[in-house]
Ligand binder design. Structure first.
Ligand code: CUA
Length: 155
């Protein structure tokens, strides 16, 4: 097969870029131990209710207008399903799933994570504006997926 010189150069550049990309990725993943910001803690998905902190779900004050909100998700609900916080509250959501993969998104904020059984996901958000915020599941999880939601009331 005859390849034009420029074509060979182009293929080599493409191949080298791919190898470089994989090397950077591998160094990050294995040597530097980089992982996604959530899902770093594990839990037995069959014992969520007995395992801390999920044995005591809900809102817990941890500092001045700072809270941990411990939530579990299941088909087709979040628990607790309505929470009130003051304006300016910094809320760390600590979430796990009791069954299948769920989504956890709060529209109009940067909160958008996956909730996997066996993993504990954490995400923090500061609610500077009063209002009613919906938490929705954005991973298809079954026949009741579209009704899976919870509410955060900020006032
Ligand atoms: Cu839970 Cu969709």
């Amino acid at each position: 097969m005859h390849l034009h010189r420029f074509e060979k150069i182009w293929l080599m550049v493409g191949g080298a870029t791919l190898v470089l990309f994989l090397v950077v990725l591998s160094v990050n993943a294995y040597a530097m131990g980089m992982m996604p910001p959530s899902h770093m803690k594990m839990i037995d998905p069959n014992k969520v209710d007995e395992t801390a902190p999920f044995d005591n779900p809900g809102l817990h004050e941890t500092g001045e207008n700072e809270y941990d909100l411990v939530m579990s998700s299941m088909v087709f609900a979040f628990q607790p399903n309505q929470v009130e916080v003051p304006v300016g509250a910094k809320v760390k959501f600590i979430v796990t799933s009791k069954d299948v993969v769920h989504g956890f998104q709060i529209p109009k904020t940067n909160v958008n994570i996956m909730v996997l059984p066996g993993h504990i996901s954490e995400v923090t958000h500061t609610f500077d504006e009063p209002g009613t915020y919906l938490i929705i599941c954005n991973e298809y999880c079954g026949s009741g997926h579209q009704i899976m939601a919870a509410t955060i009331i900020v006032k």
